[in-house]
Design a protein. Structure first.
Length: 142
């Protein structure tokens, strides 16, 4: 069992950006906060799905640099492996959403900088999947 709290998160950029609430072997759960005018770099994950549940505000989600979605409170979206996703807060109110990565795959984020109007970046080939973690053996207490 793991638990977390969204009250005192350490956002990547001080008061905005992503912040993890729980990181585990099978999934990671966090919050993305964007101030007015902020964006989250266009990126992919080779090995995990990433789902989004909007809690506050509205923003634009771009998928694969082609499909534009206006998302707001209560909306739920999911991007599969190798689906590019980019968030931008074009309004004058803060935006917050939960994100869930499953399975957890640390180091699997590939940033592909892009903004509307730019050429679509090429998605790099999928590397070999990471080797599964080897089970640890408990040492009996003496």
């Amino acid at each position: 069992m793991q638990c977390g709290c969204t009250e005192h998160l350490e956002y990547r950029f001080g008061d905005h950006g992503p912040a993890y609430v729980i990181q585990g072997e099978t999934s990671d759960i966090g919050v993305l906060r964007l101030r007015p005018g902020d964006d989250m770099t266009n990126h992919i994950h080779h090995f995990c799905d990433e789902s989004f549940l909007v809690m506050e505000g509205r923003c634009t989600l771009w998928v694969n640099c082609r499909d534009r979605y206006e998302i707001g409170p209560g909306d739920v979206y999911r991007c599969g492996p190798a689906e590019m996703h980019y968030f931008v807060n074009e309004l004058d109110a803060p935006f917050r959403m939960f994100f869930i990565k499953s399975p957890a795959s640390p180091g699997d984020t590939v940033n592909l900088p892009w903004r509307p109007g730019d050429p679509i970046p090429a998605v790099p080939p999928t590397p070999e999947p990471p080797a599964p973690a080897s089970p640890t053996t408990a040492t009996p207490a003496h």
